[in-house]
Design a protein. Structure first.
Length: 267
C-alpha cells in the first residue's frame, strides 16, 4: 500500500502500478499501537522510521536508509487483524475486487481512496489475506525493489489451484505486456516479474487447522544478517519464536503479527 504522498513534480520520477501490475509492490503491518510497534521492530530488525502524510498513525520503516515496509496503527480503529500483508499492484482496484469475488474470494476493506491511489484488503478462496494497490508508488520504490529487503511466500492448500486464482485476478502469464511470469518447479509455483523471482507459492496448508501458522496465509520474509540475534531480541521485547534454524526463524511480534527473518539471499 502506498503510505506516502508523492514528491513535488519534477523532483523524482513517479512510478505507478501500471508499470508493474500483478507483481508484489509493498508489504504493510496493521498494528494497534504505533509506539510499541516501532520499539519492537527497531530492537529486532534495527529499523528506523519516516513519517508519512497520511497521518500520525502511519510510518515507513527504513533499513540502512532503504524503505522496507509500511506500518499502519489502525487495527483497533478499523477492526482489522494485527498482521503483515503483501500488496499487489493493479491497474484497477474495482476490477481486481470484482475478479476476486467472482472466483470465490472475499473483500474485507475497500476499495478505499488513500491519495494518491486506491487500496483494498482481500482474501483468496482458501482464506489467505492480501491487499491490492492502484496508483502511484512511493518515490523510493525502485530502491525497495532493487534491495529486495522483503520477500513473500504463500502457504496454501494447493499451490496450482492458488496460482490459477491469482493468475486470473492479476493477469499472470497472460499475453499482456509486462505481466508476471509463472514457473512450476516441482511442487512449488514461482512468480517472476521482469525476470526476478518476486514470490513463491507452496502446497501443504490446512484450511481447518486450529494453528494459524498451518492455515493458508501469505508469509512475509525479511533479510537479516543474524537470525539468532533477531530471535533473542524478539523474545526480550515481548514477542515469541515459533521456529528457529541456522538461517531462518519464524517470529511473532509483541502484538501477535507473524513474520520470518532469513539470511538466505536466493529467492
Amino acid at each position: 500500500m502506498n503510505q506516502e504522498m508523492p514528491s513535488p513534480a519534477g523532483t523524482k520520477d513517479v512510478f505507478t502500478t501500471e508499470s508493474v501490475f500483478g507483481a508484489p509492490c509493498w508489504v504493510s503491518l496493521t498494528s494497534r499501537d504505533l509506539k510499541t510497534t516501532e520499539e519492537f521492530y527497531s530492537a529486532v530488525l534495527g529499523w528506523t522510521w519516516r513519517p508519512v502524510r497520511l497521518g500520525d498513525r502511519f510510518r515507513i520503516a527504513l533499513a540502512d536508509g532503504t524503505p522496507v515496509a509500511g506500518i499502519a496503527a489502525v487495527a483497533g480503529m478499523w477492526q482489522m487483524a494485527v498482521a503483515w500483508t503483501p500488496y499487489f499492484a493493479v491497474r484497477s482496484a474495482d476490477e481486481a475486487v470484482s475478479r476476486v469475488q467472482e472466483r470465490g474470494g472475499t473483500t474485507a476493506v475497500g476499495p478505499i481512496s488513500l491519495a494518491p491511489g486506491r487500496a483494498a484488503l482481500l482474501a483468496d478462496r482458501d482464506g489467505a489475506t492480501f491487499g491490492i494497490w492502484e496508483g502511484e508508488l512511493f518515490t523510493d520504490w525502485p530502491a525497495w525493489r532493487r534491495a529486495h529487503p522483503a520477500f513473500i511466500k504463500l502457504h496454501t492448500r494447493d499451490a496450482f489451484d492458488a496460482a490459477i486464482f491469482y493468475g486470473e485476478v492479476f493477469d499472470w502469464a497472460s499475453d499482456k505486456q509486462g505481466c508476471c511470469e509463472v514457473e512450476y518447479v516441482g511442487d512449488e509455483v514461482v512468480l517472476r516479474s521482469g525476470g526476478d523471482v518476486v514470490a513463491r507459492i507452496e502446497s501443504g496448508a490446512v484450511e481447518s487447522a486450529p494453528d494459524p501458522t498451518i492455515r493458508p496465509h501469505w508469509q512475509v520474509h525479511f533479510a537479516v544478517k543474524d537470525v539468532a540475534a533477531c530471535a533473542r531480541a524478539a523474545e526480550m521485547h515481548g514477542g515469541s519464536v515459533l521456529s528457529l534454524s541456522e538461517d531462518e526463524a519464524v517470529l511473532r511480534d509483541n502484538e501477535g503479527a507473524q513474520f520470518t527473518v532469513t539470511t538466505r539471499r536466493s529467492r
